[in-house]
Design a protein around this ligand. Structure first.
Ligand code: IMP
Ligand code: MG
Length: 180
């Protein structure tokens, strides 16, 4: 039995707008990595970036490999405490590789700060970040966002990979969670 969950409310980004913007951002990433000597490693931050990674990977023309990383940030409700922990590391050796972190949303910035430190420790040759959504008004850490598809206001959003209590990841568009 699932506990009652707030319903996804207002539409923020529809599937067509997301598709168009993913193609546009992919073209910019292609330009940046054109001529790279080894395939770009797309590092999907599970689980939220699953669907974005799948669409982005198929829009890119540069050679890529795909791996995943799982991190957990301890927090209450809908915000991060800042304590981020590695749950599952990628299996690809990342030393010397060009790595593109693929995130669903950059909120406080704690997750991205942790990922940058982790990849530096692994000896990645370069680390850049693409995010589907950027909630810049909530930033607590200064982090570099190299490519962002959409800026979103300070509200909790679900769909296209993003969840609330593990629900709504499969919605094709991004909606504001209606907590009223
Ligand atoms: P951080 O606060 O930047 O460390 O973000 C941590 C993680 O919280 C993100 O990668 C998301 O998985 C999750 N998150 C932050 N804001 C939202 C939201 O509005 N909806 C769903 N997940 C979110
Ligand atoms: Mg995430």
């Amino acid at each position: 039995m699932h506990s009652p969950s707030p319903a996804p409310g207002g539409l923020l980004l529809d599937a067509a707008a997301i598709r168009a913007r993913v193609l546009e951002v992919a073209a910019g990433i292609d330009l940046h990595y054109a001529g790279a000597v080894s395939p770009l490693v797309l590092l999907c931050v599970l689980k939220g970036a699953l669907i974005f990674t799948a669409d982005l990977a198929r829009a890119l023309r540069v050679p890529v490999e795909i791996d995943c990383i799982t991190v957990r940030s301890y927090g209450q409700g809908t915000s991060s405490s800042g304590a981020v922990q590695l749950v599952a590391a990628p299996t690809t050796p990342l030393e010397g590789r060009d790595v593109l972190i693929v995130e669903d949303i950059v909120d406080s910035g704690h997750t991205v700060a942790f990922l940058h430190a982790h990849l530096a420790a692994e000896g990645a040759g370069s680390t850049r970040l693409v995010t589907l959504l950027d909630k810049a008004s909530r930033r607590e850490r200064v982090v570099q966002v190299d490519w962002s598809c959409f800026h979103v206001p300070d509200c909790f959003v679900v769909g296209y990979g993003l969840d609330h209590g593990e629900r709504y990841r499969n919605l094709p568009d991004v909606r504001v969670l209606d907590t009223s």
